[in-house]
Design a protein around this ligand. Sequence first.
Ligand SMILES: Nc1ncnc2c1ncn2[C@@H]1O[C@H](COP(=O)(O)OS(=O)(=O)O)[C@@H](OP(=O)(O)O)[C@H]1O
Ligand SMILES: Nc1ncnc2c1ncn2[C@@H]1O[C@H](COP(=O)(O)OP(=O)(O)O)[C@@H](O)[C@H]1O
Length: 455
Amino acid sequence: MLDAAVVAIPLTDHGSDADAALRQSVLAWYAGADDIVELKPGGRTLPELADIEAQERPAPADQGLVLFFTGLSGSGKSTLARALMDRVLEQGTRSITSLDGDVVRRNLSAGLTFSKEDRETNIRRIGWVAAEIARHRGVAICSPIAPFDETRQQVRAMVEQAGGRFFLVHVATPLEECERRDRKGLYAKARRGEIPEFTGISSPYEEPEDADVRVDTTGRTIEAALDDVLAGLAAAGIMDLRGTLPTPAPPAARRTAGRPSPRAVTTPATAEGGPLRVLFICTANICRSPYMELRARAMLAGATDVEFSSAGTHGFRSHHVDATMGVVLADRGIDDEAAESFASRRLTRDMINEADLVLTAEASHRAFVLEEVPGAFRKAFTLGQFAESIERVDPTLVGAALVTAAGHRRAGAVDAHDIRDPYRRGRAAAEASADQIDALLSAVLPRLTSQTGIA
Ligand SMILES: Nc1ncnc2c1ncn2[C@@H]1O[C@H](COP(=O)(O)OS(=O)(=O)O)[C@@H](OP(=O)(O)O)[C@H]1O
Ligand SMILES: Nc1ncnc2c1ncn2[C@@H]1O[C@H](COP(=O)(O)OP(=O)(O)O)[C@@H](O)[C@H]1O
């Protein structure tokens, strides 16, 4: 038991140099000639202190939170983080920011290498931003490899010092499985010695011993793996997101006027709100998405309640359809005039906001869309994901009501659904992508229009 007339409890540090100086002068004033005994954070056991501290600590629903996924490349960090982000958005009470490894490397950490030193800098930057988000009681979701225990501990300390809760998920998919997936072909290159210091091959990964959840995604669906994370979050008393997704909602209300904020949930129009606006997305808007747009328009020729457009996440303005894809389109009955009048566009936030349904070629395009407009998560699908999701809902639903229902019963956006990019891979690759798109459009388009006898 402490023998003290005054007990000073350190409250949340607000990151200002003035905090420390103020703390010292207040302590010195109260303590006078008495000794000052420092109680380590988390080490307080006195019930009297626990009560006082509990009053100061925000409730879990208000406390800043950093959800940190660590694991090898290809282990499933981004996929699980994205799925969890969808759930948090679905719940609708917290603002959430994604700090994905790849995205951070393209922006905040552009120019850094994969040396130990640069990786540490990268992770500390992520930690600093995440801690700032937590300080303001937001939720940050991070998914870098973060291979070093010491750096992860530093991030934990930064977050806790900012008054936030740090929740560590170890995506413990073994190297053999990550290497088998090798989606980006990086492991093969690393094995050939073309990429130096590759995590798991020629650079270490230190397994965390302090993970709140450990999940191996081998042979499991994304939903099953996500369930482990949700159970961990609930068990830790942080948030209970189990069961937030499969709750079919009634068809959406009319579109509200004005431009929605990026965080608002953007819902599709009702049938009475004009034609359903479908936006197809790929990378450059010259191969897959123009094919989708032009084919869909032709397949639903005569339907007045659906309209189609397309754009590219990294598209240039006003390019023609790729020549090889143009030939495939012509072979499949799209007249030259339609293909020639096509002009590529770069995706904008406004395009996403204005669409009632966003259908992407790949899961990575969907992730890009949601980075731009997080609230679009219920109306943005990969084409394959949408085809699977509509199988889960009432078969009599069409148009906007179908989109709304599918948005509440989304299948996972797995890469297995992706339509591979045929650009510069020759005629056979273009035909293969076109076949895949045609099959999916045939399943999806008849459900988008309420006008019978069209598709
Ligand atoms: N040498 C080397 N080692 C590991 N990974 C490499 C390397 N070079 C490039 N990449 C790609 O970069 C992504 C990992 O970046 P991170 O910022 O998450 O790495 S780290 O936390 O700084 O270690 C990682 O992406 P993910 O697959 O999403 O994890 C790789 O695609
Ligand atoms: N249960 C699962 N959870 C997450 N990803 C899975 C699962 N099963 C298969 N995958 C696949 O594993 C790959 C993981 O890629 P990604 O999420 O980008 O990993 P990371 O971000 O760790 O590099 C994707 O192709 C994904 O579809």
